[in-house]
Structure formats: structure tokens, C-alpha cells
Design a protein around this ligand. Structure first.
Ligand code: NDP
Length: 450
């Protein structure tokens, strides 16, 4: 069987085994197809059945989370932890609280996380978890009770050397605080079991900024390869959460002009770019008050486009920086962006572009920075938070930022180098997938059959 047939066969088997897991099928198709060049050149991966093994999570935990709201009504949600691969370190990946959460989405995120974590160069395996709980519109006390109920089961499966969760959509500093408090109370140990913690109790400086800053550093390297930089570039950013906020901040700092932000209710135009005052209002509205972006648009007299995506409100754009959620750029959006003159797309969110959109960008010569490379800064600083916890000390913001910058430059270089080595120069998606894969696959072979 040749490499292409082998890969197609595995993709079909995954689809047959878990029908209906469309997000998981999408990532399996993207990643495995891009690995064909390395499977072809290195027979050891087929011989050791690495693709069969790597597509099967090591462990999946599903549990009931019962909690009581402020009116003493009882609610039941479903909790998950997908412990996907521990070949190069403890499972590591975020927790997502969002009504759309299901096993398919968490398997897709956990699978991506394996390669992303490998790319950072730090010893972290891949995992992901969360719940279909929706923190929107809940009081702080309700969120706390939910987090305590969630942790009352999760605690037995995690630990600083086993599995170290972090935040993701719907899980920010507040939730990490409640989750950490609950864990500490149950196990009676103060240990680095979660990342994204507040600085006062073991967090790392620059962790909140890390994904947005890191993706912007990655973007800068992409632009450098074309002899240009961010100065004066029009950047359409989607989302207004953690990633979008700090991407917008760093892009502006480096001379780019942020022309959109959005949330799940619509998109906001920023014809004159972002300034400190608007940024602060976005941060306070979204990160502190958990409110709606429309309030910021109204406060500053900016045009609000209800129900629209960021890509639908721009006529002329240099860079698209999707930072909201999966599949937010489909083929139509990709066509619209190319017509509007986009030269680069950098994925702040996980899998924001559909497979068709990615192909369209590549066919049209658009520089494409894939999520698992571009947004690895968050988990990289989470890794640095784990190191600081083990050392029982905390580095300065400058030290962490410098390490983050170096890691992002290295990820860019590894992606570009592997793309070239396997005959796809300039295709950072193929390069990142192969670079991330080789380290994990070789480690699996070293460790025997499990
Ligand atoms: P947040 O919850 O802080 O923000 C998410 C943003 O996306 C909000 O503006 C939210 O709007 C919007 N959004 C969510 N769902 C949808 C939807 N279906 N349609 C349109 N907009 C939507 O999450 P993060 O910023 O942390 O995460 C954003 C993305 O980045 C995710 O894909 C995440 O997996 C990825 N990521 C995050 C990392 C991190 O360190 N935080 C690390 C690596 C990747 P609203 O407020 O209305 O819900």
C-alpha cells in the first residue's frame, strides 16, 4: 500500500468508527493528508502503525455535572476530558465552556493540541476538555458552583505530572480561579495543576497576552519572508475575547491598523483603527463584565453590523486574523477576503478556516499561518507557567515575553524548514503538521507499543 492509500484508508476508518464527529473528521483529514510526504519517506511510521494509534485518544472521560442556580433550581451539564496523547509530556490543553461543546469538538481540539504542543519545543502532551455549560448570563456564584461541581469529578483525573488543563472559550481567569480553589480544597495540595492562574497564586506574567501576542509575532515572521512588516497594514480581526484582545493590542503596537472586531452577535467597524481608549473599553466589556461588543460600538459611535462576520464588513484588507471560533472562514468568506486584497491569513483561533477556504488561500498565493503554529503562544506560556511552578519562582514580564517571542520564531522556522524539506516550500500548514508530528511519532516508537 502506498502512503496516500494508507492515509486515505485511515481517514475512512476514523469516519466509520465515529460517524457524526464532523469536526474531528475535518482535522483528521487536514492533518493526515498533509503528512503523506513524511509517511512516504519514512516507512517506520506505517510499520509502527503510528497513524492508527495517534488518531485514537489514550483516554476519554465523560461525566455528569449537577449544580444549583441562584433560584435553587438544579441543572445538569456534561463534562469531558479527552486525554489524547502523552508521548512527550503530561496531557495539556484548555477547557471550553460553551453550549456547542461535544465530543467531536473536543477530539478535534485535543488532536490539534498534540502537534501544537510538540511545536513549542516544551514537554507537553495533548488534551482538551470542557462542558456544554454556558457561562453567559450566569451570576458569579452560579459560575463558581458550576466550576466546583465540574472539579468534584475532574480532580481525580488530573495532576501536575498527569494532565494540566488551562482556559479556552468561556474559561478565563475567573473560572480558572474557581476551578483551582475547588481542586486545592479536595486534594489538599497547592500545586501547578492548572495554567492561566492569577499571578498572585502561581500564574505567569504574559499568559493572558500570550496567544494574541504570539500569533502576532508569528505573523511578523510570515511578513518578513515577503520582505514586509505590519506597518500601515489593515488587519481584520474577528472575536473580541482573550485572543482577539491581545492580538489587536500587539498589531496596533507594531504599526498595524485593526479595522474590525466582532463577537457572536455581530461585527464592529474601526475605520480609523484601534486606540488605547477603545481597546480598554473592549477589554473591560468582554473580559471583566462579560458583556456585548455592541455596547462598545455604541459608546464610541462606531458602526455595528448585527449578525455579520468581520469578513463581511471589509472592502479592502491586507491581513485576516480570525480569533473567534472554528470554521468562521468558509469558502465564500475566503473569496471575499481575496477580492478585498488579503495577502496573509493568520489563525488566532483553532481551525477557523474550513478546508476549502485554506485551499483557496493557497491557490491564490495568500500567505497562510495555520492555527497549530500561529496560536501556540498560549500553550507555550502555559508550559513556561508549569516550569515556573516547578521551580517555585516567577519570571518578569520581559523574560516571559522574550521566551515567547523566541518560541514563535522557532515555530515559524521549523514550519518553513519542514515544508521545504518535504517538497512543499512556503506551505506552513504542511510544515507545521510534519514538524509537530515527527517528534511525537518518534517518541511513541521509542516508548514501545501502547
Ligand atoms: P474567548 O471566550 O475569550 O473569546 C471568544 C470570542 O469569540 C468572543 O468574542 C466570542 O463572542 C466569539 N465567539 C465564540 N463563538 C462564536 C461563534 N460561534 N461565532 C462568532 N463568534 C464567536 O475565547 P478565546 O479568545 O480564548 O478563544 C478564541 C479562539 O482561540 C478559540 O478557537 C480558542 O480555541 C482559540 N485559542 C485560544 C487560546 C487561549 O490562550 N485563549 C489558545 C489557542 C487557541 P461572545 O463573547 O459573543 O461569545
Amino acid at each position: 500500500m502506498d502512503a496516500k492509500e494508507y492515509v486515505e484508508n485511515i481517514i475512512e476508518k476514523v469516519k466509520e468508527k465515529d460517524p457524526g464527529e464532523k469536526e474531528f473528521h475535518q482535522t483528521i483529514t487536514e492533518v493526515l493528508t498533509s503528512l503523506i510526504p513524511v509517511i512516504e519517506k519514512e516507512p517506520k511510521y506505517m510499520k509502527n502503525k503510528i497513524l492508527e494509534r495517534i488518531t485514537e485518544p489514550e483516554r476519554v472521560i465523560i461525566f455528569r455535572v449537577s449544580w444549583e442556580d441562584d433560584n435553587h433550581e438544579i441543572h445538569v451539564n456534561r463534562g469531558y476530558r479527552v486525554e489524547f496523547n502523552s508521548a512527550i509530556g503530561p496531557y495539556k490543553g484548555g477547557l471550553r465552556f460553551h453550549p456547542t461543546v461535544n465530543l467531536s469538538i473536543l477530539k478535534f481540539l485535543g488532536f490539534e493540541q498534540i502537534f501544537k504542543n510538540s511545536l513549542t519545543g516544551l514537554p507537553m502532551g495533548g488534551g482538551k476538555g470542557g462542558s456544554d455549560f454556558d457561562p453567559h448570563g450566569k451570576s458569579d456564584n452560579e459560575v463558581r458552583r458550576f466550576c466546583e461541581a465540574f472539579m468534584s469529578e475532574l480532580y481525580r483525573h488530573i495532576g501536575p505530572n498527569t494532565d494540566v488543563p488551562a482556559g479556552d472559550i468561556g474559561v478565563g481567569g475567573r473560572e480558572i480561579g474557581y476551578l483551582f480553589g475547588a481542586y486545592k480544597k479536595i486534594v489538599d495540595r497547592f500545586e501547578g495543576v492548572l495554567t492561566g492562574k492569577n499571578y498572585n497564586w502561581g500564574g505567569s506574567l504574559i499568559r493572558p497576552e500570550a496567544t494574541g501576542y504570539g500569533a502576532t509575532y508569528f505573523l511578523t515572521e510570515m511578513l518578513k519572508s515577503k520582505g514586509t512588516d505590519l506597518n500601515g497594514k489593515k488587519v481584520a480581526i474577528s472575536g473580541s475575547g482573550n485572543v482577539a484582545q491581545f492580538a489587536a493590542k500587539k498589531v496596533t503596537e507594531l504599526g498595524g491598523k485593526v479595522i474590525t472586531l466582532s463577537d457572536s452577535k455581530g461585527a464592529m467597524s474601526l475605520p480609523d483603527g484601534l486606540n488605547d481608549e477603545i481597546w480598554q473599553a473592549v477589554y473591560e466589556t468582554k473580559a471583566i463584565k462579560h458583556g456585548r461588543l455592541q455596547e462598545v460600538a455604541e459608546k464610541f459611535g462606531l458602526e455595528w453590523h448585527a449578525g455579520k462576520k468581520a469578513w463581511e464588513i471589509v472592502d479592502s484588507v491586507d491581513i485576516a486574523f480570525p480569533s473567534a471560533t472554528q470554521n468562521e472562514i468558509d469558502l465564500n468568506d475566503a473569496k471575499r477576503l481575496v477580492n478585498a486584497g488579503v495577502m496573509a491569513v493568520v489563525e488566532g483561533a483553532n481551525m477557523p478556516s474550513t478546508l476549502e477556504a485554506i485551499d483557496y488561500f493557497h491557490e491564490n498565493g495568500v500567505l497562510f499561518g495555520p492555527a497549530k503554529a500561529a496560536n501556540a503562544g498560549g500553550v507555550a506560556v502555559s508550559g513556561l507557567e508549569m516550569s515556573q511552578n516547578s521551580l517555585r519562582l516567577q519570571w518578569t514580564a520581559d523574560e516571559v515575553d522574550k521566551k515567547l517571542h523566541d518560541i514563535m520564531v522557532n515555530i515559524y522556522k521549523a514550519s518553513a524548514t519542514y515544508a521545504e524539506k518535504y517538497g512543499h516550500a512556503g506551505n506552513l500548514l504542511i510544515g507545521a503538521n510534519i514538524a509537530g508530528f515527527v517528534k511525537v511519532a518518534d517518541s511513541m516508537i521509542d516508548q514501545g507499543i501502547y
